[in-house]
Design a protein around this ligand. Structure first.
Ligand code: AMP
Length: 120
């Protein structure tokens, strides 16, 4: 899938629409999900234009990949969920239920997250 820079996260990164920022570094942005599914629901996105894990793993620099991983752990720390536990989810493509075609991780916690996925 080609990257579509009209997607909503690209607009957030360009400052065209607001977000509730949680943390940011040179390569990564973390912000609150607009429709939170748990007490803590933060999205972590690379600033680069990557659609999915295949794209990111193949073309992002080592620094970008390291920053992305570290930001997830940092978000868990600063939102206070690292000790009680949390879930990190990435929806990819049609079967994964990806709505926004810019790679992102959902960081969910602050209360029990429940079963991994409902049985289909
Ligand atoms: P996914 O289904 O994994 O692509 O999830 C996309 C997520 O983006 C959903 O959880 C939405 O609630 C969230 N979302 C959509 N628009 C915004 C926005 N403007 N700000 C924050 N989160 C958003």
């Amino acid at each position: 899938m080609a990257y579509d820079d009209g997607n909503i996260f690209a607009k957030i990164l360009r400052g065209e629409i607001p977000c509730k920022k949680v943390a940011e570094d040179e390569h990564t942005l973390a912000f609150e999900d607009i429709n939170p599914l748990r007490a803590v629901h933060v999205l972590v996105i690379p600033k680069g234009a990557y659609v999915d894990w295949r794209d990111f793993a193949a073309t992002a620099s080592a620094d970008e990949q390291t920053a992305f991983t570290r930001m997830i752990a940092y978000v868990a720390d600063i939102t206070g969920i690292a000790g009680s536990g949390y879930r990190v989810i990435s929806n990819i493509g049609r079967d994964g239920g990806q709505e926004v075609p810019h790679l992102h991780m959902h960081v969910l916690g602050g209360e029990p997250v429940g079963s991994l996925v409902p049985r289909g």
